[in-house]
Design a protein around this ligand. Sequence first.
Ligand code: SF4
Length: 234
Amino acid sequence: MSPLPKSAGAAPREGLKSVLARTRSCTLCAAHLPLGPRPVVRASATARLLIVGQAPGTKVHATGIPWNDRSGDRLRDWLGLDRDTFYDESLIAIVPMGFCYPGVDANGGDLPPRPECAPLWHPQIRPHLRRVGLTLLIGQYAQRHYLGRRRKRGMTETVGAWRDYLPDFLPLPHPSWRNTAWLRRNPWFEAEVVPVLRGRVREMLEADKAHPKGAGKNPPPLAGGGRGRGSRRQ
Ligand code: SF4
């Protein structure tokens, strides 16, 4: 079994429940949040897949349910998962780059995740997720944060180099409807990357059945290499 990725950090002293409780009362960047703080994050020490997206949109802010929109539908399709499995917190952790809705710019475009959030919270949460065998890096902010200098010049090039980041990471474009044109221009993504992603997720779930949750032993990592109708958030 390969060790945790460097981003996982050292074994934590504080329990995950305590960390998550503190995230829920975080107000660090409240002054910049048009709807106020409402952190949306899901994590369990038994999770096998970690999804790192961008930040909630207004729909997610209102419901508190991440990926509860058309972007989420497309992401679930890429993963080959139904909603029940996708929202099984014991299997799948959802820890975006920004936990709260950051608002829009003067042109109505999505503002990026608040820059304070991931540097503060990811190092406190990620070390608890010691069973994670694959981390999905959705969009440029997650790719920049987790890949650092290994990231290529742009998102398309980074996703195109997906084999370079396995087995720990898989960079993905955002599944927003706004990226439908990108998907048409880059048919290799759905032809090559999505089948590998589905296969690895299926493998992960089967491995989890063989190693019941919380059994105390880490199963091996995987083998091998909004708003309204689907914002780019999360
Ligand atoms: S975006 Fe992150 S840092 Fe800012 S208030 Fe929400 S949880 Fe805290």
